[in-house]
Design a protein around this ligand. Structure first.
Ligand SMILES: [Zn+2]
Length: 243
């Protein structure tokens, strides 16, 4: 089953940021740089051509964009190996691609981040790495962060080996029952991890769904190596673009 063209993007407003979670048809379009990114950003963040994305390696490495660190990219640009992108600069789109892993958007006090979170990255505490960085470098405490956990593979289709359960069990999460025999609920685990890190429950939204079950999403486990990808992004929107 391949993902079909559907309702394209889920939007959320988090403070001054606009977050967008792509679904089907976006990544499989021909052309683009890389496939589907331009299409996604055109639809999700019209008028913003400055897009940054990373070479995703299932790490806990984050990249920070600030004007001091380099010229405004002005076009889609790969920033190198990382699984989270952070910026306090307005009108820069940060994007990750997923196909069963979770996209997570985080915003607080004028800083925005987007995270590619599979089990390896989560077990490597990419969520904690990003929240600690926001606190250390910008003074944003965890209780001022808002987050959206996007759609990844659901418990219904996430049968894992003991190494995954053991790795995830190594970190504190508030999720009860995230592991049920052979299956893991990655979204529950990640949401509970954000709460354990200090985000207030009312500031964490968990999008419901399963990439395998959904005809609107790409799933690596369902479609194999040829699977497409969802793009998700976040952008701090300046006043003149927010209307
Ligand atoms: Zn499922």
């Amino acid at each position: 089953m391949n993902a079909q063209q559907t309702d394209p993007v889920i939007f959320r407003t988090l403070g001054s940021a606009r977050a967008a979670f792509g679904s089907a048809d976006i990544p499989c379009s021909s052309g683009g740089h890389p496939p589907g990114l331009t299409d996604f950003t055109t639809r999700a963040f019209p008028g913003n051509s400055a897009v940054l994305y990373g070479k995703q390696i299932h790490s806990a490495i984050s990249y920070v964009y600030s004007p001091e660190r380099g010229r405004h990219p002005g076009k889609p640009t790969c920033v190198g190996s990382c699984d989270a992108l952070i910026t306090g600069t307005k009108d820069i789109v940060l994007a990750v691609q997923t196909a069963d892993c979770l996209p997570v958007a985080l915003v607080g006090d004028g800083i925005a981040a987007v995270i590619h979170a599979g089990w390896r990255g989560l077990a490597g505490d990419i969520l904690g790495a990003v929240t600690r960085r926001l606190r250390a470098e910008w003074g944003v405490p965890e209780d001022r962060l808002a987050a959206v956990v996007g759609i990844g593979i659901g418990r219904c289709h996430y049968v894992v080996g003991h190494e995954v359960k053991e790795a995830l069990a190594g970190l504190e999460t508030r999720a009860a029952g995230w592991c049920d025999g052979a299956t893991v609920d990655l979204s529950e685990w990640a949401t509970g991890r954000l709460l354990a890190l200090g985000l207030p429950a009312e500031q964490v939204e968990q999008l419901q769904g399963c990439t395998w079950c959904s005809p609107h999403h790409h799933s690596f486990r369902r479609d194999g190596p040829a699977a497409g990808r969802q793009w998700s992004g976040i952008c701090l929107v300046s006043e003149d673009r927010s209307s």
